[in-house]
Each structure stands twice: as structure tokens, then as C-alpha cells.
Design a protein around this ligand. Sequence first.
Ligand code: MGD
Ligand code: MGD
Ligand code: MO
Length: 750
Amino acid sequence: MNVKPDERPVSWEEDGYTVTRTTAWSGPGCHEGCGVLLYTKDGKLEKVEGDPLHPYNQGRICPRCAALPEVVYHEDRLKYPMKRVGERGEGKWERVSWDEAYDIVEEGFRDIIEKYGAESIVQLNGTGRCLLWEPARFLYSLGSPNSTLTLSGVACFIPRMVAGIGTYAAPYPVVDASQQFEDRYDNPQWRAPETIIIWGCNIVHSNPDWFFGAWIIECMKRGSKLIQVDPRVTWMSAHAEVWLGLRPATDGALAMAMLNVIIEEDLYDYEFVEKWCYGFDELADAVKDMTPERAAEICWVDAEKIRKAARLYGNSSPGAMQLGLAVDMQQNGLAAAHALMALQCITGNLDVPGGNIFPASVFGVSPFGTGLHEFVSPEQQAKMIGGEKFPMMKNFYPSPDVFIEQLESDVPYPIRGVFMQGSNFLTCMAQDPIRWNKAMQKVDCFVAVDLFMTPTIQALADVVLPATTYAERDAFRAMSYNISTLNSAINCYADTRTDLRIDMELGKRLAPHAWEFDTETDVLNDVMSPSGMTYQDVRDNKGWAYPPFEYKKYEKGLLRPDGQPGFMTPTGRVELSSNFFKMCGFSPVPYYEEPFIGPVTTPDVYAEYPIILMTGARNPVSFHSEHRQIKPLREISPDPIVEISPDDARELGIVDGEWVWIENAKDRIRQKARVTASVQKGMALSYHAWWYPEIKDPKLNFGMWEVNNNRLLEMGKTGSSGYGSDIKSTLVKIYKAETSPLQDLGVEGR
Ligand SMILES: Nc1nc2c(c(=O)[nH]1)N[C@H]1C(S)=C(S)[C@@H](COP(=O)(O)OP(=O)(O)OC[C@H]3O[C@@H](n4cnc5c(=O)[nH]c(N)nc54)[C@H](O)[C@@H]3O)O[C@H]1N2
Ligand SMILES: Nc1nc2c(c(=O)[nH]1)N[C@H]1C(S)=C(S)[C@@H](COP(=O)(O)OP(=O)(O)OC[C@H]3O[C@@H](n4cnc5c(=O)[nH]c(N)nc54)[C@H](O)[C@@H]3O)O[C@H]1N2
Ligand SMILES: [Mo]
């Protein structure tokens, strides 16, 4: 295509197709926001390509977007609203009109609000589907503060974010790969990092949280060296200068040892520490005993390799670091993240070209749930689940671990309403899903909004409302670096409606004061108003807009509302010893604590269950529990897999491709063994979020229970802050299964 972005319309004709440029932003789920081109013919979506002009992905596209037409027109897609007619979980549904479905929700929720108060209604938005903000906005408009997850320790993103708040009062920082500039790698202010540490993140598979994996490859082409911290050998580990294959959930110790080396060997940035950091001596003291030798024992990594990595990073200017999900998924994760952020700061790599930058809100538009402070009174906010138990969560995030206790106990108040829009938690999000399934039976009104029937909906929902994909909606995405518009290319499929329309229409019934809008575009414009732009403005401006970007904002008074230089922390500096943590009763400096279950903490358990099991790693052909029914994607990844090492396989007599039991003291499940040298002896990795959409007998609930590795994990085992949970480090034994789960369920299959 030879059109410049500024000259290009949102839609044009090409080779018999109508082409519509848009932003890929849920559903199906994803955390990116790539520019894509949708090719339609006679109103039907036929193919999808990456938009070569969009600065974000520069024409790249993943298999999931390429398969979007199969998602849109899949025979299993929810086509119209339904209500449950049999018992919960029986799988008996009856089509109803939208009005009738809304009547049920309105009546159900009104009843709950009257009897128990608005806080009795909880909204589950999963990892962030929809546009991210509208489900929370709907809930807040009812007056409930409880927009939450079912993930123990809120162990996705939030611990890293809170560590950023505790350290420099900004969200978690990402590698500067020029993504904030519209002209990208050509921008004269930018330079490639000399070294990039990728920590607990399989970035080319996951493109997680404001980051696109291919940017790292572009940095590598421009000379960046890699340090990869991952128990497994991944593609990134194989291309790294140093690979630190640590024991799962010992990241805190490794991070502290790297701080130890950098401080002991004087590799830190004196000037930055002197001018901009608070608590350096306390930090130095806290890591003094965590020598590489001590960390080597804890982490099962060679001490010299730890030194090598610390020196490489410490001598790089600039050096950058990307933190992944594995950091959150340990009870010690918040302290580990604090240590890692301290490492970025004392080496002078914060907010400098090729270092770590923190994506803030774009043009002042909140990417997350809007309306907590607007619609929920301080008295109602004080009722947020878990604030009593975990002071650091108070008024910030409802605790999932207290949520399940509260469902069971009704203390301090009962939870009777659930609005699930974009989560399939029994299959994916929740640890101990059997306990959740039982606890949720108490709910009087369970409303689900989704694109497909899922095991969670089948088991729990009273009403199901069918939502659309991104091809079917006009909207915007304001997150990390740019604001981009979603421009619909096709009409809403069957009798589906957009998430925003559903929230607005229900909002008008239940909280009209908060939904005085005539159209969806009115809502979009309202949420976008801090930017001074409307939906149409951005759409007309080639579909995206980049705000200006400045480095070293702390020097220029750009981080504080009072315009003074420095950070928004109590001391105005980066807090290596965090006053926020201290105020919340948490250690102000990093520390290391073993996982709750492990070779060191529970040697007796280890004797019986000698394999450390990591659960959940990303796979390019699915987004969590999504895409299992999409044929071309499922063909690439047909089975729930557990990766085990060749040594363990030999000892256990397991052959690649065999079904195995994975068992711990709590429970057991079956998955298919993949024997691979990418995992080390004594460790294994089990993929999560598996179910079989092809199993249609509702009694079997899509075969989900057989293969769901979250059955091996527990709720309530969080760090003392309430953040972080040992999701990637439980102890198990693995042995050959005589039969496959599908055989036992009496269904045909593999
Ligand atoms: N053991 C283990 N468990 C884990 C993890 C792990 O690593 N290990 N990872 C955890 C993490 S990080 C996360 S974030 C969670 C994710 O957990 P969830 O967010 O619950 O993810 P899904 O199961 O994929 O559920 C998303 C549902 O939303 C629907 N959906 C997709 N797009 C849209 C949309 O635009 N609108 C609506 N209304 N619905 C939509 C999909 O069809 C799907 O049914 O899982 C967690 N669970
Ligand atoms: N295609 C696709 N993309 C996704 C998702 C998806 O489901 N599919 N999910 C999205 C979501 S919600 C999230 S949160 C992100 C997550 O994406 P990532 O942050 O990349 O997280 P994971 O893929 O869970 O794990 C990354 C690596 O951590 C390693 N690991 C396991 N345990 C440990 C440990 O204790 N320490 C260290 N250092 N490493 C460990 C694993 O071997 C794995 O290679 O991906 C997002 N992107
Ligand atoms: Mo996540």
C-alpha cells in the first residue's frame, strides 16, 4: 500500500474487498492494541492483515488475529440472550429477548441492593477484556466498589504495579524500545538499550502488559544483549548472553544478589542515587548478606553467572529490564519486584533513552475502570473486600482471597450478585476452582456476558448476554503510548450487542444518573474528554494519536501536580526504602522469603512430591481459555500439555505424548506429557486454562475439571501484603496414566 497514514481513510476499496483499518482490542482477548486491516466482502469478514502503517506493530500480526473470521462466524458463538431454565449447571437454556434478559438482571440486582446493599454485587472482568473500563464503570455506577478478580494474590500485573507505586509512585516500568514515539526506531532521542534483562516473561509468546515482543528483536538487531531469567530454556534464553535458570519463586533472592554485586562492586550511578534516591543505605544493608554464593544456594544458579549478569547490566548504559508475570506469581513477589525496581533506579536507568520508561495514562484518559471516585461514596469505598485484612489493598483493590472467604462466611456482608463480563474463572483465573464453584452457589443473580458458552457460564450463570468481537464495534483504546480507535467493519453478529451497549442499557435501568447518554459514542466521548479529543477526532486523525513524550520527567517537574522536580512519593525521591510500604505495615526494603510449599519450606512434602510444578505459560495460539474451539489454532496446540525433562521422563518411564497424572497432596489432574530439554530436571511446566468446547454433554462441563491444573493450587496463600501467590511453584509427583480423561468421560477424542 502506498498511502501515507495522514492521507489514508479509515476505509477503502481494494481488489473487490472493503478494507477497514482498526485496532485489535478484545474480544477475542489480548493486551496489545495492534493496528489491523479487516477485509470484508458483501458485509462478511474474510481476512485480517497487520497494518503496515501502525507504529505499534508495523504490519505484524499474530495467528489469533489472522483467525478472527473463524472466531466471528464460529457455530458455537453465543447468538442471542438466554436464561437458565434447569438447575444450575444442568445446561438447560432458553432464548429470551434482550428486554426480558435485562428485566431479569434489573430485578435480580435491585433485589440484592435492597436486601444487602450495592456492595453485595461483584463484577468480574477477568484479565481485562471488553474495552477494559466499561464493566467496572457499570458496577461503580451501582455504588459497589467490588470490581475484582478470582486470582489469588491478584497475582497478575497488580503486584508489579503496586511495587512501582511503593518505589516511585508510578506504575510498573517497561523497556524503552521507542514504542512511545510515532516514528519509532528513527526517533533521534531514542537509543537501543545495551543490555535488556527479561525476567520471568516469555515475551515473544505473550506480548504482555503494554509490550510487544517483537520490539525486543528490533532492539537485538540494533545491538542489545539479553539476560534471561527463567527456569526454562525459551527462545529468549537461547538467544541470551546470560541465562539464569533459577528455581521457581526464588526471584527475590536473585534480585537481591544482583543488587549486592552492583553495590559491592560500585557499579551503581552515584549521581542518581545521591540526587534522586531515598534509603540507599537501608537498601545496601538489606542486601548485604545476600551474596551471590548465598543466592546460588537458594536459587540453584551458579554464583559466577549471577556476578556475570549483574556486571553486564551494571556496566551497561543504558540497561533496561522487562518484568513478567512470574514475578507476581510468588508470595514474595511484591518484595522481589521492589528489589528489581531498585536495581533499575540505582543503575540510573529510570526514564532515560533505552532504559526503563513508565507508560502513564495517555492524554490523561484512564485505561482502567472509570468511575470509582465519581460514583462510589467514600463510605461505600471503605467496604471494598479485604481492606481490613490487607491495609495495602484498602481503597485500591478488592482481595480475591478474602472474596472467596466472604462468599462462604457472609462476613462482614454477604455477596449475592455477580456480573461476569470477560472472565471464565472456573477454567482459568481461579485457584481451587472446585471451592469457587461451591462458594458461588450462594449467589442469587449471576449474569454473564461473553462471546461463547464456557464451563463457568454453564456451571453458574442465570442469564447469558452475547457480546461482540472488535470487528463489530466502534470504540477506542487509550493505553500505553497512544490512543487508537476501533472502527467496526461488520454489523453485530446475529442478535449480539457490544459490551458498552450492554453496560449502558443496564446502567440506564439501574443507575440512570450515571448513564445520561443517548449513544455509545456519547459514552466514549465522555471517557475520552480529558484528552480534549472526541472519538471522531482520533478516527479522523488516521485512527491514532501519540502524545508528546519527554525523558527524565522527574527533573522537569512533570511527575508532581505541584510542578516541583522529583517523584510523587512522600520524600519526593525514588524510595529504595519505601515509606508507603512501611505505612502499610510491610517491609520497606526488599527481603527474601521462601514459597509456602517447596524443597526448603516443606522438605517432607518434597520427599513425596519431588517435582516443582510451574503452572501456566503463554501460547501464541490461545489467549487463556479462549480459542480452544478455533480449528486452525487448536490444530497447532490440540492438548493440555505438561512439559517434563528428559531425565525425569526416563526415570518415571514416561514417553513423549503419553497421558500422565499430576498429583499433589490436594488433588490430581491429567495432562499430556511433552518431554523436552527446555525444562530442567526436577521441574515441570503445566499449561493452564484447558477445556474441550467440543464436548457437548452439559454434565461433563466441557471436560474442564479433568485437566484444570488450578485444582492443584489453593486460595488464601498470599504474601503478607495480600499481593502475590505461589502459582508457579507447587510440588507434585507425575506418573503415567493408564487412560486418557476423554476415554474416562466416554467421549471420542485424543
Ligand atoms: N494456574 C494458572 N492460572 C492462571 C494463570 C497462570 O499462569 N497459571 N494466569 C492467570 C492470569 S495472568 C490471568 S490474567 C487469568 C485470566 O483469566 P480470565 O480473564 O478469566 O481468562 P479466560 O478464561 O480466557 O476468560 C475470558 C473470557 O472472556 C471472554 N471474552 C473475550 N473477549 C471478550 C469481550 O470483549 N467481551 C466479553 N464480554 N467477553 C470476552 C472469553 O470468551 C472468555 O470466556 O488467568 C489466571 N490463571
Ligand atoms: N498468546 C497469549 N498471550 C498472552 C496471554 C495468553 O494467554 N496467550 N495472556 C496474557 C496475560 S493475562 C499475561 S499476565 C501475560 C503473561 O505473560 P508472561 O509475563 O510472559 O508470563 P508467562 O507466560 O506465564 O511466563 C513467563 C515465563 O516465566 C517462567 N517462569 C515460571 N516460573 C517462574 C519463576 O518462578 N521465576 C521466573 N523468573 N520465571 C518463571 C516460565 O517458564 C515462562 O517462560 O501474557 C499475556 N499475553
Ligand atoms: Mo494476566
